[in-house]
Design a binder for this molecule. Structure first.
Ligand code: FCA
Length: 334
């Protein structure tokens, strides 16, 4: 009897010790929070800004941020394995393919890694949004503000509507991009622009070269149009389209283009001495998408404070005339 009690007591003691062992032996290492941040296109200024602000959060809260590009499905899967082997407990991702949701959640769940999606949302096999934690832009509203701004500028220039067409650079595989261009079209029509003179130019890839070539093709189908409004899914698309209008000999007097992001691609156009057709852009908040997402992930891991499942952010029109003041106000001036 005594022997049994002693054995039980010893076993309990051992269990207690074992229970204590990890935190005692790992010391501060086990407390170190590591967060991974994967983006679909590390060349694009928007994503560099997100990373910059996420790093600010890491410096402030004392966690380790690991940033990596993941430009296709294979890279996403490999990077998640790598992050796990480096002790990462939370993943923030702007996915290169929105259909990867099931595969990604299987992996992150298996590793006990928290998942937060930013900018582009995962969809299921039927195209419905997956219910992962998400921060994205109010895409349709922002698209509508592009459409309204273009129409207002065209009106203030007293353009004759019978000479004007509009080109929208679309990328409909991604809902947040599709909503933007549909919103812009809706707003133009609501303001009285003829819907038959709005031409969507679908991009097979969301890059500047493709934007440029599909714009050139669209323009060549409508030689009767001499003045153009340009909108698109982001700054890269719109700047690419403007390059095509320049190739066709048009200038800032013939073309009004408005992007989305307010990133370096459009700011560098505003900074040129003579105006280009990149007239405006909707400034989004890379600070919210980088700093806030990283902070939310940190608090989730460190304090068990679960972030809101969905956060939609707003935008603000900037043009050559006001961008310096607005960037300063938003804490985005270099
Ligand atoms: C998408 C776009 C980016 C940026 C972001 C908020 O990921 O591709 O350019 O607009 O949404």
């Amino acid at each position: 009897m005594n022997k049994i009690l002693v054995t039980l007591a010893a076993a309990a003691g051992l269990a207690l010790m074992t229970g204590c062992t990890p935190s005692a032996s790992n010391g501060s290492d086990s407390d170190e929070v590591k967060i991974g941040f994967l983006v679909k296109d590390a060349q694009e200024d928007w994503f560099q800004q997100e990373w910059k602000f996420a790093q600010m959060a890491a410096d402030e809260h004392g966690f380790t941020l690991i940033t990596q590009p993941a430009e296709d499905a294979e890279a996403v899967m490999t990077q998640i394995d790598n992050l796990n082997s480096r002790g990462v407990k939370g993943l923030i991702i702007c996915t290169p393919e929105v259909t990867l949701g099931a595969a990604v959640t299987l992996k992150t769940d298996g590793y006990g890694m928290k998942l937060f999606t930013v900018d582009d949302r995962f969809v299921d096999a039927d195209g419905n949004a997956l219910d992962t934690h998400y921060m994205g832009i109010s895409a349709r509203d922002i698209g509508q503000s592009v459409g309204h701004a273009l129409h207002e500028e065209m009106t203030s220039r007293s353009w004759d509507p019978s000479e004007v067409g509009a080109i929208g650079l679309t990328f409909d595989e991604i809902a947040t991009l599709k909503d933007r261009t549909e919103g812009a079209k809706e707003a133009l029509i609501a303001d009285g622009f003829d819907g038959n003179r709005i031409f969507f130019a679908p991009q097979s890839k969301p890059n500047i070269e493709v934007a440029s070539s599909v714009t050139a093709a669209t323009m060549s189908q409508h030689p009767e149009i001499t003045k153009w409004l340009i909108f698109g899914n982001n700054d890269v698309a719109v700047v690419g389209a403007v390059r095509a209008t320049e190739q066709a000999g048009l200038t800032a007097d013939d073309v009004i283009a408005c992007g989305i992001n307010g990133s370096a691609e459009s700011i560098s156009e505003f900074e040129r001495e003579s105006p280009t057709a990149v007239w405006g852009t909707i400034l989004l908040s890379p600070k919210q998408h980088g700093y806030d997402t990283a902070t939310m992930m940190y608090k989730w891991i460190a304090d068990g404070e679960e972030p809101a499942r969905e956060t939609l952010t707003q935008g603000r029109l900037i043009t050559r005339d006001n961008y310096k003041e607005v960037l300063a106000e938003e804490g985005l001036a270099e």
